[in-house]
Write a protein that binds this ligand. Structure first.
Ligand SMILES: Nc1ncnc2c1ncn2[C@@H]1O[C@H](COP(=O)(O)OP(=O)(O)OP(=O)(O)O)[C@@H](O)[C@H]1O
Ligand SMILES: [Mg+2]
Length: 466
């Protein structure tokens, strides 16, 4: 934008302050006007159309906050100048209100001139970007609700299939590359069928081979050394709910026969038990492998494969529903703002275009990570093309090999992401809030033990009331 001189309006009833700011800012090359109270300030804004307003809060006739409210009511959003609030000691609450009314920043009086200069400069920098902004993220105070995003026909098909699952307990196989949203689909199945029943997920690759049976089936007291009491397995604990078997291809071959039986007969024997128990839930199996191929090569039981291959949901890679990209970007910015306590307000068109040109070998998870990293690093509540400079374009051939092998994408670490500790602290704090400080649930959701959670809470000095 060709802007000649930036116009700054100072609204303050303390003339010695506005004079000294005016002199200083003029020496920095800005064109500066002053007004003595909120009413005069409003008139000056209408007349001079400043790019930025330095606005005092406490003033006779009309306060800074009232002026800000007037602007919000009577001006088009895009015509409201940037507002930097000047607050005296004890006015912090007003400052918070001002931020909610869209003020860019607030500075505590007395403002050192150097601080004034850097804030004004930073604020005006965002203004040069403003004309290219693709989306404003409306601040809303409703708690963030995670849900499946996407309107591409391939996604609509998934919603339709999920719709057919209500009222039955059909086994579902969810396939798709890494990071496409398989777990998300499993949760959506649960939410849309039996939301009040338990939802239990186990990762077959993470449970040691010799434990998978006791994990799922449970055991009776005395079944083996160490079995000092009866233990309920997940098949029982899930009741009428949803049991997710993630990475089903990694289920031990021997155990696959037993699982097949559960699916066919809807019952099972806990280890050492002589009486059967009923299985009342639904199994949702997830895989990023080609199960059919594995079955053909003797790496997965063929009979189990056919049992699983009834209701199939194949979640598309992000590149196949790239028209959903913008919706997903906005969703993840809101998610970052909520989970990481960032306050991103907008994203530029260049940034959106750049994200659109990326290959996304790691699919939606890679996109989510990219938005989170960029949001944490962002300095001005705005995501620009530069915020994503850590996304290295993949070489084409490499990419092809990757998608064929279906391996995890390389994880590209941004250069100056705050620290992993900080992300960890925020994430733990987020989950604690979600569970209302239910430590058992929190530990389970985070996949760590209770003692580890307690240690982290102490280490990060997390408190229920903050
Ligand atoms: N359609 C979507 N809408 C909103 N968020 C999504 C969507 N798909 C995936 N996500 C988010 O992306 C991340 C990865 O999704 P998810 O864990 O379901 O992938 P996955 O297919 O199970 O991956 P993997 O095979 O690596 O386990 C999650 O944080 C999830 O919330
Ligand atoms: Mg997963």
């Amino acid at each position: 934008m060709m802007h000649g001189k930036w116009k700054i309006l100072i609204v303050d009833d303390d003339l010695s302050i506005s004079r000294s700011y005016q002199k200083y800012l003029e020496s920095e090359g800005y064109s500066v006007f002053t007004a003595n109270d909120g009413r005069e300030g409003y008139i000056a804004i209408e007349k001079e159309r400043p790019d930025l307003v330095l606005l005092d809060i406490n003033m006779p006739v009309k306060t800074g906050l009232e002026l800000l409210e007037d602007l919000n009511r009577t001006f088009d959003k895009k015509d409201i100048p940037l507002v930097v609030m000047l607050t005296a000691y004890g006015e912090l609450e007003h400052a918070v209100k001002a931020m909610n009314l869209g003020a860019y920043e607030f500075l505590a009086k007395p403002v050192p001139l150097e601080k004034l200069r850097s804030t004004v400069e930073r604020a005006l920098e965002t203004l040069t970007l403003k004309e290219r902004i693709a989306h404003f993220i409306e601040p809303d105070n409703t708690p963030f609700k995670d849900s499946i995003i996407g309107r591409h026909p391939l996604m609509i098909d998934i919603y339709k299939t999920i719709g057919t699952l209500r009222g039955n307990k059909a086994t579902v196989l969810v396939t798709g590359e890494s990071g496409t949203g398989k777990e998300m689909v499993a949760k959506a199945i649960h939410e849309n069928t039996v939301p009040d029943e338990p939802f239990i997920a186990i990762n077959c690759a993470a449970v040691p081979e010799n434990l998978i049976e006791s994990e799922l089936m449970g055991y009776v007291k005395g079944a083996f050394t160490g079995a000092t009491a009866n233990r309920e397995g997940k098949l029982e604990a899930v009741k009428g709910g949803t049991l997710v078997l993630d990475e089903i291809s990694e289920m031990p071959y021997e155990f696959q026969t037993k699982l097949l039986r559960v699916i066919q007969e809807k019952d099972f024997y806990p280890i050492g038990a002589t009486e059967k128990k009923r299985f009342n839930g639904r199994i949702v199996a997830l895989t990023n492998k080609n199960l059919k191929e594995l079955a053909e090569n003797g790496k997965f039981r063929e009979d189990l494969f056919y049992r699983l291959n009834v209701v199939i949901i194949s979640v598309p890679p992000l590149r196949s529903h790239i028209s959903d990209l913008e919706m997903l970007i906005l969703h993840f910015i809101k998610k970052a703002n909520y989970m990481m306590n960032t306050s991103i307000q907008s994203i530029t068109k260049e940034a959106v275009d750049f994200l659109g040109s990326h290959a996304w070998p790691g699919n939606i998870r890679e996109l989510e990570n990219a938005i989170f990293s960029a949001s944490i690093k962002a300095k001005d509540k705005i995501l620009t093309r530069d915020s994503f400079s850590f996304l290295v374009p993949e070489k084409k051939e490499q990419n092809d090999i990757k998608s064929k092998q279906n391996t995890m994408p390389d994880f590209v670490m941004p250069e100056n992401l705050t620290t992993l500790r900080e992300v960890e602290r925020n994430y733990i704090s987020f989950v604690l809030k979600q569970t209302n400080w239910h430590k058992g649930k929190t530990a389970e959701l985070l996949g760590i033990t209770r003692p580890t959670l307690d240690k982290r809470i102490e280490e990060y000095d997390l408190r229920k009331d903050d």
